[in-house]
Design a protein around this ligand. Structure first.
Ligand SMILES: [Zn+2]
Ligand SMILES: [Zn+2]
Length: 282
């Protein structure tokens, strides 16, 4: 199994790789810019070279990127929609330059304008960015969401609908967040619910589109629609769900990335990774 965690880029992009290596990650997730700002400092040639050299040295692969939380590709407000698609395209360029294969993003929040309208706007944005992204190999991964507020992407049908409306379908994939999907109402806590959920995913979206897992336990219950990450085995999802996932052969090459709360020293990541590795009996 390919296990890792989200890593800070403080001190430079390459530092994320050093941090990941120091706690034994095989794969990591990064932001490619300050996540709380619209502006992004240009990546210099040196930033990119340092990063690529550290990636070679550490052997961490793949590195996946997550976009800024400010971006809302479903926004009904023309000004914030425009700002969002421009910023999203810049994030795609940054990821492409760093040789990152996947950019993960929350589909968007319709803010009262209606679900179908929101889903269409998300697909329109993707069609817009891909017209400008000539020659990119980067794929975009829609993240499963908890469906908090007016956030879209809380059902497999909604994700399938977006993909259906996108022209360049071969660039589309999904990131399955175990906390979000559980909060959205999909159970995986025992063998039969686990099988049913992934059969549903396969029937509605297709398992070949599932490219990355975010592995988080959930503070809130099944169908709560509330997005609160918890340490592995300490939440409402519980340890059995992770045992099933980590021993599922069909996902043995799918990156599994922690996004659980942590401090600077990453003790929590070390603990969660140890628990996860201890579950593997494959
Ligand atoms: Zn996530
Ligand atoms: Zn979350």
């Amino acid at each position: 199994m390919l296990l890792g965690a989200h890593m800070s880029i403080s001190g430079g992009m390459f530092m994320s790789l050093e941090r990941g290596k120091s706690i034994g990650c095989q794969t990591i997730q990064v932001f490619t810019k300050n996540v709380n700002q619209w502006k992004a400092k240009l990546l210099t040639k040196k930033d990119i070279e340092d990063y690529l050299e550290h990636q070679r040295k550490t052997g961490i692969s793949p590195v996946v990127a997550h976009d800024s939380y400010l971006i809302n590709l479903a926004s009904p407000d023309p000004e914030s929609y425009e700002k969002s698609i421009e910023a999203f395209f810049i994030e795609m360029e940054r990821a492409e330059k760093l040789g990152i294969p996947y950019l993960i993003f929350h589909p968007g929040a319709h803010l009262g304008s209606g679900e179908e309208e929101g889903l269409k706007r998300i697909a329109d944005s993707i069609n817009w960015v891909y017209k400008r992204a000539r020659g990119f190999s980067l794929k975009l991964l829609l993240e499963t969401t908890a469906g908090q507020g007016t956030n879209l992407g809380y059902s497999f049908e909604q994700l399938a609908r977006i993909i259906d409306l996108v022209d360049k379908k071969k660039y589309m994939g999904v990131c399955y967040d175990t906390c979000h999907t559980f909060a959205a109402g999909y159970d995986i806590r025992d063998k039969s619910s686990y099988n049913k959920t992934f059969e549903d995913f396969d029937r509605v979206i297709g398992l070949e589109r599932l490219k990355v897992f975010h592995i988080n336990d959930s503070k809130k219950g099944l169908g709560s629609r509330i997005d609160r990450h918890e340490h592995i085995g300490k939440g409402m999802l519980g340890i059995e769900a992770f045992r099933l996932l980590l021993n599922d052969k069909q996902f043995k090459d799918t990156p599994m990335i922690l996004e659980t709360p942590k401090g600077k020293e990453m003790k929590e990541d070390i603990m969660n990774l140890k628990i996860l590795r201890g579950l593997i009996t494959l």
